[in-house]
Design a protein around this ligand. Structure first.
Ligand SMILES: Nc1nc2c(ncn2[C@@H]2O[C@H](COP(=O)(O)OP(=O)(O)OP(=O)(O)O)[C@@H](O)[C@H]2O)c(=O)[nH]1
Ligand SMILES: [Zn+2]
Length: 363
């Protein structure tokens, strides 16, 4: 397998050539930097896949990130330029990401942490047996939209119920999210599992997100056709020359498509900003401009255009409800982060005051 088989496309090739100031990849000789993809991270060690095989690398003290947008540590999915010497490999540069998915590292502090990058599709797995509210799907959708990744809603385990049940749920999802792609499948009977492969093709990278127990591992294993995910192990040599056995987080299907399954993705608390909500509810955001009040919450205000449309059945109730739920949650979140900042300010003031008083007393 070569880097071209795991997503090293023209976009990254051009970035690499530009960074290396050469005209073709053949010009890169062994002494210099070579392109590689981050396929796993364990603490400060990065498993990189390059045309010369896998390397366990660390990052250079001063990492270069050739984009003005963000400077961050490497994440799984990143394309990097790797420098290797006899036993050591280093990440020298992170090539500008196409996109990046974040999660909340600390919900209270509103800190965010990057988890995975350069993704084409995010499958939002919704278990038919799991009564997930429509607004939870909206949350996943807006997280994915925030990152500029294409979300695809997949209802799993449809073998558990009569066909009418999943058809009804699918219809409701399509009514609530008319601009999104959605389908239903079963890993058990294999019904519609081919739909995944319509997306997961060569030169694409996909992730699976959704509640615990939704069926993510099951479908990934199914698509891999065996239990490779659990058993596919890599022997890595650490810098003390000892080898460790680990699991890959970046997997390649027979179709050539890449599937990324990182532990970080599984934890709840994916992060979004207003951009994601705006994209998920584009139409409602547009209607909201016609409300009387600029800060209308669309719940009780007079002359609220959204409420008017809702009363006239021009907006599906589920869609309205999901929108309001997300707006309210985000408002709470913003409030709490302001509170935290306030608290910090007060604490800081106290410290400074205390310091000043001490000074005075010392005089
Ligand atoms: N009947 C049926 N059961 C399924 C199907 N897919 C998954 N399951 C079962 O649902 C349970 C949870 O599936 P997992 O694939 O482990 O769920 P997950 O989303 O990976 O869960 P986490 O790892 O906790 O995030 C398991 O007992 C699976 O056997 C399906 O298509 N049909
Ligand atoms: Zn309104």
């Amino acid at each position: 397998m070569k880097i071209k088989d795991i997503g090293f496309d023209e976009y990254f090739e051009n970035l690499a050539l530009e960074a290396l100031k050469v005209n073709s990849l053949e010009e890169i000789n062994n002494e210099e930097l070579v392109p590689a993809r981050v396929i796993r991270i364990n603490k400060r060690y990065y498993t990189l896949f390059s045309d010369e095989g896998e390397f366990l690398a660390r990052i250079k003290g001063k990492i270069r990130y050739n984009s003005e947008i963000q400077s961050e540590l490497p994440v799984v999915g990143d394309w990097v330029l790797m420098k290797k010497s006899d036993n050591n490999a280093f990440i020298d540069t992170i090539l500008t990401r196409k996109n990046i998915l974040y999660r909340k590292a600390n919900i209270k502090k509103n800190d965010i942490q990057a988890i995975v990058s350069n993704i084409d599709y995010a499958f939002i797995i919704v278990g038919i047996d799991n009564e997930m509210p429509m607004s939870a799907i909206a949350r996943y959708l807006s997280v994915v939209h925030t990152s500029g990744i294409k979300p695809i809603i997949a209802i799993s385990k449809i073998d558990l119920y009569e066909d009418e049940e999943y058809k009804e749920l699918l219809a409701l999802i399509k009514e609530t999210y008319p601009n999104e792609t959605a389908f239903a499948y079963s890993s058990k009977t294999a019904k519609n599992t081919n739909t995944f492969l319509k997306y997961i093709k060569k030169d694409t990278s996909s992730v699976f997100i959704g509640a615990s127990g939704a069926g993510k591992s099951t479908i990934i294993n199914y698509l891999l056709k065996d239990e490779r995910m659990k058993t596919q192990e890599v022997r890595e040599y650490d810098f003390k020359g000892m080898h460790t056995t680990t699991h890959r987080e970046l997997l390649v299907l027979d179709s050539g498509g890449v599937v990324i399954d990182t532990p970080g993705l599984r934890n709840l608390g994916l992060w979004e900003d207003d951009k994601g909500i705006k994209k998920t509810f584009e139409d409602l955001e547009e209607y909201a401009k016609r409300c009387k009040f600029k800060d209308c919450t669309h719940q009780h205000e007079p002359d609220c255009y959204i409420l008017e449309l809702l009363e006239n059945d021009e907006i599906p109730y589920e869609r309205y409800d999901a929108y309001i739920t997300l707006l309210n949650e985000n408002r709470e979140l913003q409030k709490s982060s302001i509170e935290i900042r306030k608290d910090r300010k007060i604490a800081l003031k106290k410290i400074t005051k205390y310091g000043n008083r001490n000074k005075k007393n010392n005089k």
